[in-house]
Design a protein around this ligand. Structure first.
Ligand code: FAD
Ligand code: NAI
Length: 465
C-alpha cells in the first residue's frame, strides 16, 4: 500500500497527527501494535489513572461530609466494580479514537512497525506476517516505557509499575512507592484514599522535582498532613519477597544505615524512558541521544530524510497534550503550512487533591537565567469560595519580569488548579502582563479570583489580604 503519511504509534501524538493529516487531505496509515488505539495515555496512563483518582476521591469524600451536616453510613468499597468503571473509561476513549480513524479514513495498520529506510515501513502482525508499506513521509510517535530500577524486577503483581498499580486485585494494606514524582503521588493518592498506608521513598530532598521550589515544599507539607509517610533523601537498595510480603531496604541517599520497611506492594515510579525497541533506528541511521530519545531539529525532522518524530520519544516533558500539539503542528507543517507551537507555554498538572498546576518558568529556572523578577502570591485561605468549600490548602504564585511585567511563570496548588491554569496559559501565550490579569474581571465567588489577587500582589497589593 502507498501512503502520503505513515505514523508509527497511535498514542495522543500519533493519533492527533494522523487525524489532522487526513483532515488536510493526506492518505494516512497508522501502525499500532496494541489491541486498542490511544497509546499509553488512553490504555494505561492518563485516562485509567484519572478514572481511579475520581472514583477514589468520591469514596474518600463520603467520610468527610460530616462538617457539612451530612452523615453517611455503610460506605463500602467494591474494588472489582471500581475497576470496571475504570475499564469503561478506557474503552469509551479508545473506541472513540477508532471511530475517528474510520471517520477520517485512516488505515489502522495492526502490528509492529519497523523503518526500512526513507519511505519504507515494514509492519509485522501478531502472526508474524510482514508487509512493507510505502509512504512519502514517516512519523515516529512510539512514546515511552517505564524506567526500570536495576536489581528490582517488576512482576506487576506485588512489585508493580504504574500499569500494575492500576490493576491491583485488592487494596494493599501497606504500599511503598519508589519515587515522589507525578505517578507516585497520583497513584499513591488513589490507594491511600482506598485505605492503604502509603510510604513514599524519594531520592531527592523534595517531592515533584522540576516544579517551583516553593510549590514542592508546600505540597510536601500538605502530603504529610494527609498522612503520607514521606522518606525524602532516601533510596531503595533492595526488595526481598518474604512469607508475609516484601522487605524493602531503604537507606539515606547520602549514605548511612539502611532500615527495612515491610510492604505488601511496591510501586516503582522513577520515571519513563523513550521507546524505540524494534523500530530499526540504528540500522537506518536515525540518531538517538544518550537517553535513547530520537534526535530532531526544530521542524521535528530526524537524521533520516522524510522521517519525523514527536511526543514522549523526543525531547521535552512527557505529557499527552505536548505530544498532541506536536502531532497537529507536524501534520500542518507537512501540508506546507506555518503552524506555531510554544514549548514555553505547556502546562503541567498533577491530579492529586489539591491539584498542582504550573505553566512557564520556575523561580529556580529564572534565577539560573539571571532574569530579575517580581513575584505575587495569594493563599486560598483568603479566598471566599475556598473558605466556603473548605478547600483552603495552597496558593497561587505569579512570577513576572521586573522590567516589562510580562508573566513568565504561574504555579498553583489548589482544588481545581488543573482547570484554573489555562487562564495563565492564555496570558503567557499572548505575551500578557501581571497587570493584564489584575485588571481582568474574575467572577465571584471563584477559586480563580486567587489568580487575580496574586497578580495584584506582583506590583501592588491584593484586596483580600
Ligand atoms: P504513547 O502514548 O506512549 O503511544 C505510543 C504508542 O506507540 C503505543 O501505543 C505503543 O504500543 C505504540 N508503539 C510503540 N512502538 C511501536 C512500533 N514499533 N510499532 C507499532 N506501534 C508501536 N500525561 C498527561 O499529559 N496527563 C496525565 O494525566 C498523564 N497521566 C499519566 C499517567 C500514567 C500512569 C502514565 C504512565 C503516563 C501519564 N501521562 C500523562 C503521560 C502520557 O501518557 C504520555 O505523555 C503520552 O501517552 C505520550 O504520548 P505519545 O503519543 O508520545 O506516546
Ligand atoms: P517523574 O520523573 O515525575 O518522578 C520520578 C521520581 O523518582 C523523581 O522524583 C526522582 O527523583 C525519583 N527517583 C528516581 N530514581 C529514584 C530512586 N532510585 N530512588 C528513589 N527515588 C528515585 O516520573 P514518574 O512519576 O514515573 O512519571 C513519568 C512520566 O509520566 C513523567 O514524566 C510525567 O510527565 C508523566 N506523567 C504525567 C502525569 C500528569 O501529567 N498528571 C501523570 C503521570 C505521569
Amino acid at each position: 500500500m502507498s501512503y502520503d503519511l505513515i505514523v508509527i504509534g497511535a498514542g495522543p501524538g500519533g493519533y492527533e497527527c494522523a487525524i489532522r493529516a487526513s483532515q488536510l487531505g493526506m492518505k494516512v496509515g497508522c501502525v499500532e501494535k496494541r489491541d486498542a488505539l490511544g497509546g499509553t495515555c488512553l490504555n494505561v496512563g492518563c485516562i485509567p489513572s484519572k478514572a481511579m483518582l475520581h472514583a477514589s476521591e468520591a469514596y474518600d469524600e463520603l467520610s468527610h461530609l460530616e462538617p457539612m451536616g451530612i452523615s453517611v453510613s455503610n460506605v463500602a468499597l467494591d474494588l472489582p466494580k471500581m475497576m470496571d468503571f475504570k475499564q469503561e473509561a478506557i474503552d469509551g476513549n479508545t473506541k472513540g479514537v477508532e471511530f475517528l480513524f474510520k471517520k477520517n479514513k485512516i488505515d489502522w495498520l495492526k502490528g509492529t512497525g519497523k523503518i526500512l529506510g526513507t519511505g519504507k515501513v515494514e509492519v509485522t502482525d501478531s502472526d508474524g506476517v510482514a508487509v512493507v508499506h510505502e509512504a512519502k513521509n514517516i512519523v515516529i510517535a512510539t512514546g515511552s516505557d517505564v524506567a526500570q530500577l536495576p536489581g528490582i524486577t517488576v512482576d506487576e503483581e506485588t512489585i508493580v509499575s504504574s500499569t500494575g498499580a492500576l490493576e491491583l486485585k485488592a487494596v494493599p494494606e501497606r504500599l511503598l512507592i519508589i519515587g515522589a514524582g507525578v505517578i507516585g503521588l497520583e497513584l499513591g493518592s488513589v490507594w491511600k484514599r482506598l485505605g492503604s498506608k502509603v510510604t513514599v521513598v524519594e531520592y531527592l530532598d523534595h517531592v515533584l522535582p522540576g516544579m517551583d521550589g516553593e510549590v514542592s515544599k508546600t505540597f510536601g507539607r500538605i502530603l504529610k498532613k494527609q498522612k503520607f509517610d514521606l522518606k525524602l533523601g532516601h533510596k531503595v537498595s533492595s526488595v526481598e519477597k518474604t512469607g508475609s510480603g516484601l522487605a524493602v531496604s531503604v537507606e539515606p541517599a547520602a549514605g548511612g544505615d539502611a532500615e527495612v520497611i515491610e510492604a505488601d506492594v511496591v510501586l516503582v515510579a522513577i520515571g519513563r524512558v523513550a521507546y524505540t525497541d524494534g523500530l530499526g533506528c540504528k540500522e537506518v541511521g536515525i540518531e538517538t541521544d544518550e537517553r535513547g530519545r530520537v534526535v530532531i531539529d526544530d521542524q521535528f525532522a530526524t537524521s533520516l530524510a522524510g522521517v519525523y518524530a514527536i511526543g514522549d520519544v523526543v525531547v521535552g516533558p512527557m505529557l499527552a497534550h505536548k505530544a498532541m500539539e506536536e502531532g497537529t503542528v507536524l501534520a500542518e507543517k507537512l501540508d506546507g503550512q506555518l503552524p506555531h507551537i510554544n514549548h514555553d507555554a505547556i502546562p503541567g498538572v498533577v491530579y492529586t487533591h489539591p491539584e498542582v498546576a504550573s505553566v512557564g518558568k520556575t523561580t529556580e529556572q529564572l534565577k539560573a537565567e539571571g532574569v530579575e523578577v517580581n513575584v505575587g502570591k495569594f493563599p486560598f485561605t483568603a479566598n471566599g469560595r475556598a473558605k466556603a468549600n473548605r478547600t483552603t490548602d495552597g496558593f497561587v504564585k505569579i512570577i513576572a519580569d521586573k522590567k516589562t511585567d510580562a508573566v513568565l511563570g504561574v504555579h498553583i496548588i489548589g482544588a481545581g488548579a488543573g482547570e484554573m491554569i489555562h487562564e495563565a496559559v492564555a496570558v503567557i501565550e499572548f505575551g500578557g502582563s501581571s497587570e493584564d490579569i489584575a485588571r481582568m474581571c474574575h467572577a465571584h465567588p471563584t477559586m480563580s479570583e486567587a489568580i487575580k489577587e496574586a497578580a495584584m500582589d506582583v506590583t501592588g497589593s491584593p484586596i483580600h489580604m
